[in-house]
Ligand binder design. Structure first.
Ligand SMILES: [Zn+2]
Length: 209
């Protein structure tokens, strides 16, 4: 099998291949794999102390650092729309979600954004990882958080609401997203679930940016 990222062979090292495999076959080569480094730090939830969002998230875990290989991966996956790449981190994502405990809930894209992108990148990763998930949330506005300062992010209107028809969300949930940058996205999403009755909400993000 050939590497989904560089097209090189993936099966030179059988013991390694078993670890990151897709039905026994690795989807990226060892060289590409080594470019992805563990996140250097975990999301600092204490940044949200003293705001209305304090305590909304039980815990947050990020798996990988936002280094050059990861930036290239995301570009190829999200912007060049290479949907096959949804499989690259499936084992790690599945394991992190399992450890967090609870029903996986993908962070949704705004429908306008989904039309541009053609596929929902977080949901595709969950499908590839064979993690069952519940689509509980919808995005209210195609807001770009990048230009907001901290105060603006805290005061911003909720970025999400429950999908219509969904009322009872008691239980434990794991929000899943690609990037944790300031934490605004997952905190806004967690607040919606908590206010609708969720007992516990945690977050798993592929990357700590
Ligand atoms: Zn490769």
């Amino acid at each position: 099998m050939n590497c989904l990222l560089c097209n090189g062979r993936t099966d030179r090292n059988p013991s390694w291949a078993r670890l990151f495999s897709d039905k026994g076959f690795p989807v990226v080569c060892e060289g590409c794999r080594k470019g992805f480094l563990p996140a250097e730090s975990q999301p600092p939830l204490s940044d949200w102390d003293g705001t209305p969002y304090a305590g909304m998230l039980e815990r947050a875990v990020s798996l990988f650092a936002y280094n050059e290989p990861m930036k290239e991966f995301l570009h190829q996956y999200k912007f060049l729309k290479d949907v096959a790449l949804s499989r690259v981190f499936k084992s790690e994502l599945a394991e992190a979600i399992r450890l967090s405990g609870g029903q996986a809930v993908p962070i949704p894209m705004h429908p306008d954004r989904l039309n541009e992108r053609t596929f929902a990148h977080v949901e595709e990763m969950l499908r590839a990882a064979r993690v069952p998930y519940a689509d509980l949330l919808e995005k209210t506005a195609p807001v770009t958080l990048g230009r907001m300062n901290r105060q603006e992010r805290i005061q911003a209107d909720r970025l999400f609401r429950l999908r219509s028809g969904i009322r009872d969300v008691r239980g434990e949930y794991v929000l899943v997203d690609d990037l944790y940058t300031t934490g605004t996205t997952v905190h806004h999403a967690a607040a919606v679930l908590r206010q609708a009755g969720a007992d516990k909400v945690s977050a798993v993000t592929l990357i700590r940016a």
